[in-house]
Write a protein that binds this ligand. Structure first.
Ligand code: SF4
Ligand code: SF4
Length: 75
């Protein structure tokens, strides 16, 4: 799954436009992610001009994120 630092996101939707699985969507004035759809391909990271996307391979649920990541993303 990916996590997005929403503070730094400029809402360009570049990430969602390259995602092959529709795992990112602009909704409610920010980018929403769908971990169950993500295949960890990393294309969104390469497409992000603000460098605010981080990949956590093989993780499918926020509860599985490392503690430091949960703290960073406030989840
Ligand atoms: S890592 Fe790939 S599948 Fe997952 S959200 Fe990014 S572009 Fe989509
Ligand atoms: S590509 Fe980066 S800056 Fe653009 S909407 Fe996605 S996360 Fe935000």
């Amino acid at each position: 799954m990916i996590m997005i630092d929403h503070e730094g996101c400029i809402k360009c939707v570049g990430c969602s436009s390259v995602c092959p699985k529709n795992a990112i969507e602009y909704i409610g004035e920010r980018m929403a992610t769908y971990p169950e759809l993500c295949i960890d391909c990393g294309l969104c990271i390469k497409a992000c001009p603000a460098n605010v996307i981080e990949l956590f391979p093989k993780i499918k649920d926020i509860s599985q994120l490392p503690p430091e990541a949960r703290k960073k993303y406030n989840v």
